[in-house]
Design a protein around this ligand. Structure first.
Ligand code: NAP
Length: 289
């Protein structure tokens, strides 16, 4: 019997937490994995960990600091080159998973607030840059790891970078709302019947170290206490694996998922007007014509 070709998956933030667990699970599902990390040491370890469990897995890691738009563009080029060297011409799944929590108001080299840049602009730009490869897949998926933190907030249009009133959670919540609005607008622009479908994922509370990497003593302490009650990353990764692997996905119009089921995002996150406005702003901020 002829073997079904392996799906090709790019996953960011694949060196730790939910992203590493998803890369591990998808490697076990015979996906060709292109993981993205920002430290050589961590990508080497992550690849090794996956190969220990799945010795025949096809896993490559690329290095990128997603806070830099130049590096995001370079990443997309490296993905294209890597695939073309292997006579592969398409991408089936893009998992925009990398995320950061930053206690201090910090501007990236492009002049944007760090959480907005890493958590929203990087997925936006990477998806844009990889779109020609996604369009060549028979059935592509763009998955973005959002959060229940997108609830009870809205876009701060007058100060999107939050330079006037920065708060760790305020910036994080806005960036996770942006993940849902991005997914809504991407599907609207692709239209019904497109071969590409986008989903935003709420992983629930997960026991990872995200809140201890670039945070003040209080946030660090708080996150350690809170995340100890979270689910293991492997459980959180199940929804990513489900949406990446399943041929037919029920509930066609459901674009926000948790625990392998669609749920409603916040009312604000279902509104077309902020979704379209964010898209236009993101194009401008990423220098996309
Ligand atoms: N943990 C939760 O309870 C929870 C809840 C809701 C949503 N989420 C979302 O889930 C996603 C994954 O988070 P996690 O909890 O698994 O956190 P994590 O363990 O800290 O993993 C985050 C990943 O993103 C990478 N990353 C961060 N900044 C980056 C940058 N500038 N450039 C490149 N890579 C970068 C990290 O790299 P390093 O390994 O080098 O740090 C790591 O691989 C995030 O989008 C987060 O917002 C998490």
């Amino acid at each position: 019997m002829e073997k079904t070709p392996s799906k090709i998956t790019v996953i960011t933030g694949a060196t730790a937490g939910i992203g590493l667990a998803a890369a591990m699970g998808l490697a076990g599902e015979d996906h060709i994995i292109i993981g993205v990390g920002r430290s050589q040491e961590k990508v080497d370890i992550a690849r090794q960990v996956i190969l220990e469990k799945h010795p025949d897995a096809d896993v490559t890691y690329l290095l990128t600091d997603l806070s830099s738009q130049e590096q995001v563009r370079q990443l997309a080029k490296e993905v294209k080159d890597l695939l073309s060297d292997r006579q592969l011409d398409h991408l089936d799944v893009l998992v925009n998973n990398a995320g950061a929590v930053t206690s201090w108001f910090t501007l990236t080299e492009d002049g944007y607030e760090h959480q907005f840049a890493v958590n929203h602009l990087a997925p936006f730009l990477l998806t844009h840059e990889l779109m020609p490869l996604l369009e060549k897949s028979e059935q592509a998926r763009v998955l973005t790891t959002s959060s229940a933190s997108h609830r009870n907030t809205r876009m701060h249009w007058k100060d999107v970078m939050l330079g006037k009133h920065y708060g760790t959670l305020r910036a994080y919540k806005q960036s996770k709302l942006a993940n849902v609005l991005f997914t809504l607008e991407l599907n609207r622009r692709l239209g019904h019947g497109s071969t590409i479908t986008a989903y935003a994922i709420d992983p629930g509370l997960v026991s990872t170290t995200i809140g201890t990497k670039d945070t003040s003593g209080f946030v660090n302490w708080f996150w350690k206490k809170r995340s100890s009650k979270g689910a293991p990353p492997e459980i959180a990764a199940e929804t990513i694996i489900y949406l990446a692997c399943r041929k037919e996905i029920p509930y066609q119009d459901a674009f926000y998922w948790k625990e392998c089921h669609p749920i409603a995002p916040s009312r604000y996150a279902q509104k077309e007007e902020p979704a379209a406005r964010l898209w236009e702003l993101s194009e401008t901020l990423c220098g996309i014509e």
